[in-house]
Design a protein around this ligand. Sequence first.
Ligand SMILES: [Zn+2]
Length: 76
Amino acid sequence: MADVNETLARMCKRASAAPSQSWRDIPALLSAVENVLALHSEEALTDRMHYCSTCSVAWPCPTVRAVTDALGAIDE
Ligand SMILES: [Zn+2]
């Protein structure tokens, strides 16, 4: 999985340099995504079992999976 924070930073940099105002709104949206991801953190139950400390389900939780899958599709 590509590092999500690196992907967000790269997208933010590109959007900030865009000529259109609507594109320059994108960093705020990316910041919202980043804040959502920050609420979900990976914790180790054992060496092989990791879970989301917010959702208490196996890592990655559905929220993190949805965001990272969407960003992964864009970043390819
Ligand atoms: Zn979660």
